[in-house]
Ligand binder design. Structure first.
Ligand SMILES: [Cu+2]
Length: 167
């Protein structure tokens, strides 16, 4: 009983939808021959556009959630210090940290990579050169006074990261 009612109900609403769609279409086609050409092409173009736009959005979202978090990280302030852990493993992760001007920054370098290439980290703009012990956190502290992009790198400048200082 119930399911029969449901089926009839949905069929009726489907029919109504169809009717509305056809009504719209016939109203459009009656408005001239020049329009008829567009009517065939436009829906396809719109469909392609919507599909392409949708996939692009999905891709962007995926990229944002999966990758951008690793690439760039906005550093939160805790008790007046902007503190973030940077994992050193075949490079720096995150390789870009975003901080604010005039507030102390503490970068906690956690070295996971035994490669001697990464045993030192340099922040020339802040006159810092630190030795990183393997499997240990080495804090590096400074207070950026001016907005800008400040590079940090390994001792040989092969691996690089950026401290982006915002106003
Ligand atoms: Cu190196």
């Amino acid at each position: 009983m119930f399911s029969k009612k449901l089926i009839w109900g949905s069929l009726a609403s489907l029919g109504m939808l169809f009717g509305i769609a056809q009504g719209v279409q016939s109203a459009e086609t009656s408005s001239g021959k020049a329009n008829q050409f567009r009517q065939i092409e436009q829906p396809l173009a719109v469909k392609i556009g919507v599909t392409a736009g949708g996939s692009a959005l999905i891709g962007l979202e995926l990229w944002w959630f999966l990758l951008s978090k690793k690439i760039s990280q906005k550093v939160p302030t805790k008790q007046g210090t902007q503190e973030v852990t940077i994992t050193v493993d075949g490079g720096y992760e995150p390789a870009r940290v975003v901080v604010k001007t005039g507030q102390p920054v503490r970068l906690n370098f956690l070295r996971r990579d035994p490669n001697s290439c990464l045993e030192r980290v340099l922040l020339p703009d802040f006159y810092i050169a630190a030795n990183l012990t393997l499997d240990q956190v080495t804090p590096v502290e400074f207070t950026p006074q001016q907005p800008g992009e400040y590079q940090f790198s390994c001792g040989m400048n092969m691996f690089r990261g950026v401290v982006a200082v915002e106003k």
